[in-house]
Design a protein around this ligand. Structure first.
Ligand SMILES: [Zn+2]
Length: 215
C-alpha cells in the first residue's frame, strides 16, 4: 500500500474516475491538501484503495456482497472533503441526500497516525493500529465512510433513530452497518492477527454503546 509509486498513481487515477470526490478549495490554500504522494488527497484515495482491496470470504450483512467498493459505487454518492480546519463549527461527518461530507482533519490524521518513523511520512503501513490516542488507521476512516454512505442507502435512515445512537442492531441503520463492517474485517477479511483483534474490539465497542435497546 505504499504511496507515491507509479502503481499508486495509476490506481489513484482509476479511483478518481470511478468515484466522485471533491476537496474544499481552502485546503489547497492552507497546504493541507497535498497530492497523490502525501496529505489529504493521498489519504482519501488510499481509503478507497483499501475498500477496493478488501474481499470478504462471505457476503456482508446489509451490503449483500463481498466488496465494499462495489457496494459504495452502486450507491452513486458524491464525497466532499470539508475544511473543518477553516471552519471549526464543523464537528461531525454527515450525509444529506446522496452527498457525503467528511472532515479534512480526519483524513489528515490517518497519515499522522501511520507514519512509523521507518519509512516516508504518510506511508500507511497499517490498516488498523493501536496508538496512544486510540485505534487509528485508514480502516477507521473507511468505517466512517461506510457509516455515512448507509444514511442515504435503501434501508438506511438519514437520522439516528435514538439520537445520537440507533434504536437497535436489527434496524440496520448506519451504526449497524459500521458494526458489521468491523466484524466482517475481524472474521472474513485477510487482516493480520493484531488488526483482526482491533477490528473485533471496534465491533464490540459499537455493539455495546450505539444501540439503545442494549444500553
Ligand atoms: Zn450517522
Amino acid at each position: 500500500m505504499a504511496l507515491c509509486t507509479p502503481e499508486f498513481a495509476a490506481e489513484a487515477a482509476i479511483i478518481r474516475r470511478e468515484v466522485s470526490i471533491d476537496f474544499a478549495d481552502s485546503l489547497r490554500e492552507s497546504g493541507y491538501l497535498g497530492d497523490d504522494c502525501d496529505g489529504i488527497v493521498a489519504n482519501t484515495v488510499n481509503m478507497f484503495r483499501v475498500l477496493k482491496a478488501i474481499r470478504f470470504d462471505a457476503p456482508m450483512p446489509l451490503v449483500g456482497g463481498t466488496s465494499l467498493y462495489e457496494w459504495y459505487r452502486s450507491l452513486d454518492l458524491r464525497l466532499h472533503i470539508v475544511d473543518d480546519f477553516a471552519d471549526p463549527s464543523i464537528k461531525v461527518s454527515y450525509a444529506v441526500g446522496n452527498e457525503v461530507f467528511m472532515m479534512a482533519s480526519r483524513m489528515r490524521s490517518i497519515a499522522d497516525a501511520l507514519a512509523d518513523g521507518k519509512g516516508a511520512p504518510g506511508v500507511p503501513r497499517y490498516f488498523l493500529r493501536q496508538t496512544s490516542a486510540g485505534i487509528r488507521g485508514v480502516g477507521m476512516i473507511a468505517g466512517v465512510l461506510v457509516h455515512e454512505a448507509r444514511h442515504p442507502a435503501p434501508g438506511g435512515d438519514a437520522n439516528h433513530t435514538c439520537p445520537p445512537n440507533d434504536a437497535s442492531l436489527d434496524e440496520g441503520g448506519s451504526f449497524a452497518l459500521q458494526y458489521w463492517y468491523f466484524r466482517w474485517l475481524a472474521e472474513h477479511a485477510q487482516l493480520t492477527h493484531e488488526e483482526a483483534r482491533l477490528a473485533q474490539e471496534l465491533a464490540n465497542d459499537i455493539a455495546t454503546t450505539r444501540f439503545c435497546d442494549r444500553l
